[in-house]
Design a binder for this molecule. Structure first.
Ligand SMILES: [Zn+2]
Length: 93
């Protein structure tokens, strides 16, 4: 039984923990996973307007087309995933 030499690697321009997704405002954001051990501050999630507590794994989204890292937002992972279902009911700033 012969083994195949090597699987083709998928093209991965960004590491798995970083990906680009479209935000609720239509702009592109880099989405970074924040592990529980690295969540050392309390943030307020713009999706549900509740706090993201310390030691809670979540995501931080950074605008790509405008602004800088000061415009990044911390979201609950589930809220970011459901952002398209919430509708444009809220301005971020
Ligand atoms: Zn939330």
């Amino acid at each position: 039984m012969r083994r195949r030499p090597r699987e083709h690697r998928r093209l991965a321009p960004l590491p798995p923990s970083r990906r680009v997704e479209t935000g609720p405002d239509g702009y592109d954001y880099e989405v970074r996973a924040v592990t529980a051990s690295r969540a050392v501050k309390v943030y307020r999630c713009p999706g549900c307007d509740h706090e993201i507590r310390v030691a809670t794994a979540h995501v931080v989204v950074v605008p790509i087309d405008f602004g800088d890292v000061d415009d990044r937002r911390h979201w609950h992972t589930a809220c970011w995933g459901n952002r398209a279902n919430r509708g444009p009911t809220r301005k971020w700033s």
